[in-house]
Write a protein that binds this ligand. Structure first.
Ligand code: UGA
Length: 425
């Protein structure tokens, strides 16, 4: 049992916390380091600063194997494989900001018995550049493919594990690969640059799939087709597959918008104009705004109108509001002079200062009370459970619903006298 390779995790944000907890669950001693003392203190008490199903249980259940610290030395003393999980936010230019990765490298110095295992999403070429500067340090690219809201399950049941290494680092890559053996997933062993590209290309492709179906939805609205039927019919084709074909109010989150932009910039920096990704971004921006037109179609001017936003998080089962469609919608609605009340089961507090002009309220019914329209932005299951035909209808001034995720029961709502606007139907 104690033979298992000890693991270092640098940066205990969302990816770092999931990585640390899951390796501990697999039986490894894990030393996880972050520079924010409050975060380390609360994690050491078993308290999680983020909402991620199942993670809290893993952290408390494996407390004896999980060592949270602010001290880098403690990590390098115990572990040779150092999983780098710091964030790489976009800079003003749209390139990835690698300053936190660079800070880790600077702290590590020229150790020749450690390997950086890069989980942070970095531009293609980052690994090569680090290896050129720090020949002694091992370097393995091991990108993550975790979805917020199901990250623990994604870690434990991966579709594939990607491990990229060059030359002298192959021995470290063998050790990284071995860590995942109990999960039984197919391992893609490759070079560092290809591993880095697999990560960016996967996110860019999924974002493209969403923008594609959103455009099909918009055309379907014009031509009388129902995009849900179209997705079903397309998704049964093995070559296409049913996932990520749900039309909606656009993709958000900390990954797709950032990574699509980063890949586009990366291509541009090397002289290649990635035209498709330019369209993917633009379609998504417009998709986030289309709701305004749907509201105006029924309400005319939105000045002084009461609009309820159900859901603020960029997707269900997370409290993350980064790049969420709710932010764009709140801003646009405020611009049109509407009064916005928003409710989210977990992300409300985080969104307090970010939702331009909107008031965050305590319950869905508080948001709906006296509303001229309800916009469903995030498909939290509890929104489906609301008493739409009774309490909700009674409380609304105008029974207008824009279902931004095609999530509610259209037939039931229409029968009860609602005006229903979905996406692409
Ligand atoms: C995404 C990828 O799915 C992960 O594989 C990747 O590891 C992660 O980014 C990352 O790079 O860290 P995430 O952003 O957590 O994961 O969430 P997704 O489930 O991919 O959803 C992203 C956005 O797309 C959400 O706003 C969601 O509502 C939207 N979406 C998703 C759609 O509009 N339609 C769909 O069919 C699927």
């Amino acid at each position: 049992m104690t033979e298992r390779e000890p693991i270092g995790v640098i940066g205990v944000g969302w990816v770092g916390a999931v990585t640390a907890a899951c390796f501990a669950e697999l039986g490894h001693e894990v030393w996880a380091r972050d520079i924010v003392p409050e975060k380390i203190e609360s994690l050491s008490r078993g308290e999680l600063p983020i909402h991620e199903p199942g993670l809290s249980e893993l952290i408390t259940g494996n407390a004896e194997r999980l060592h949270f610290t602010t001290d880098m030395q403690e990590v390098v003393d115990h572990a040779q494989l150092l999983f780098v999980c710091v964030d790489t936010p976009p800079t003003y230019s749209g390139d990835a900001d690698l300053s936190r990765v660079e800070a880790v490298i600077a702290e590590l110095g020229d150790s020749d018995e450690h390997a950086l295992v890069m989980k942070s999403t970095v531009p293609v070429g980052t690994g090569r550049s680090i290896q050129r500067r720090r020949e002694g340090i091992g370097y393995v690219s091991n990108p993550e493919f975790l979805k917020e809201g199901s990250a623990v399950a994604d870690f434990m049941n991966p579709d594939r594990v990607v491990v990229g290494a060059n030359g002298g680092s192959e021995q470290y890559a063998d050790r990284v690969e071995a860590l995942y053996t109990p999960l039984g997933a197919e391992v893609v062993r490759t070079d560092v640059a290809s591993a880095e590209m697999i990560k960016l290309a996967s996110n860019a492709f999924l974002a493209t799939k969403i923008s594609f179906i959103n455009e099909i939805a918009n055309v379907s609205e014009e031509l009388g087709a129902d995009v849900r039927e179209v997705s079903r019919g397309m998704g049964l084709d093995d070559r296409i597959g049913p996932k990520f074909l749900q039309a909606g109010v656009g993709f958000g989150g900390s990954c797709f918008p950032k990574d699509v932009q980063a890949l586009k910039q990366l291509a541009g920096n090397s002289g290649y104009h990635f035209q498709l990704l330019t369209a993917v971004v633009e379609v998504n921006e417009l998709q986030k705004r289309r709701t305004i037109g749907k509201l105006q179609k029924h309400l005319g001017s939105l000045a002084g109108k009461e609009v309820a936003l159900l859901g603020v998080a960029f997707k269900p089962d997370t409290d993350d509001v980064r790049e969420a469609t709710s932010l764009v919608l709140a801003g646009r609605l405020a611009g049109e002079g509407a009064h916005v009340r928003a409710f989210d089961p977990v992300a409300g507090a985080k969104a307090e200062d970010m939702l331009a002009g909107a008031r965050i309220v305590e319950s869905a019914l508080d948001a709906i009370d006296g509303a001229d329209a309800v916009v469903l932005v995030t498909e939290w299951p509890e929104f489906r459970e609301l008493d739409w035909t009774g309490e909700v209808k009674r409380r609304m001034r105008v029974p207008l619903v824009v279902d931004g995720r095609n999530f509610l029961d259209r037939e039931q709502l229409v029968e009860a006298g609602f005006t229903y606007e979905g996406i692409g139907r």
